[in-house]
Design a binder for this molecule. Sequence first.
Ligand code: NAD
Length: 325
Amino acid sequence: MRVVITGVAGFIGSRFTEIMLERAEQMDYDDIVLLDALTYSGRRENLVNALLDSRVTFVEASINDKQVTDDLLRGAHAVVHFAAESHVDNSIDGARVFYETNVLGTQQLLESAREGGVERFVHVSTDEVYGSITEGSWREDHLLEPNSPYSSAKAGSDLAALAYHRTFALNVMVTRCSNNYGLRQFPEKMLPLFVTNLIDGKRVPLYGDGLHVREWLHVDDHCQAIMLVLERGRPGEIYNIGGDTELTNIELTHRLLKLCGQDDSMIEYGTDRLGHDRRYSVDWSKIKNELGYEPRVDFDGGLEGTVQWYHDHEEWWRPLKDRRG
Ligand code: NAD
């Protein structure tokens, strides 16, 4: 059976691909198609091991390319869809490509999936579609109140995915995960940006008062949850994915400073990000109760391992930082 995975050269998609290759035999996937446009955040080097696997075909193309998506999805059993423009700051600087990729690209994939007879389609989304919450946690039926062009484009793609279920009976599942951390995250995002700055003896730029709260989950736990949804999720359902590790940005910064042997003098407070969400928090009891999901990676150990990975893999991140100045 064929499974098509999009956005495989990025942070989460590349890790999911590795985990899929370990599970593929059990799941009867012997034709694993990896689709990625290799934008600035999609790195071929993230796939070196996967490309050695004889079951894998890599296609460099956009999810907006109808001919490609029609060809690849015809007769495929499943699609796991990660491809997206993913960085909020970039969406503030230039929003259009976010709607082109995240909304129209997703709609193109859904259409090809419908025409091609795809049996399971996992649309990977984010908790940021819910907006910001002062107290408590969002359940899956919470109102969508996205605040950035990124999160609004993801919300648009979620609604398109659910509409394809209701209108065309495509077996779509939507996942909404909290902030991920782990290896191979592009060094524009807070955690790898801060760690790589500290390795270089540079200060770390903290937005506003640093009291914004984020919930951190190791990328392996996110991928494990997506695998459960792919195998056993119910069509038309939304599954929140989290782990209850809430930290303010300043708390996370202190941990990173400690792990890198530095002190508070390395913090550079700046103006706040436009439209900056104050707090995210997901209620992930549904995926826990229905599919038996439990995060496995302990935060302290996971964070230490992640910081160590950036220390050990300068050859991976330095060209990416240099490229972006
Ligand atoms: P990333 O930026 O590291 O990777 C995105 C990948 O998509 C890249 O390989 C890029 O080349 C590819 N891509 C972009 N436009 C494309 C197009 N038009 N056609 C084909 N490929 C294209 O992002 P990430 O952090 O790995 O996020 C992956 C997915 O997970 C996204 O959908 C994101 O919204 C979601 N998500 C991310 C987080 C997080 O904390 N990073 C949390 C929850 C959900």
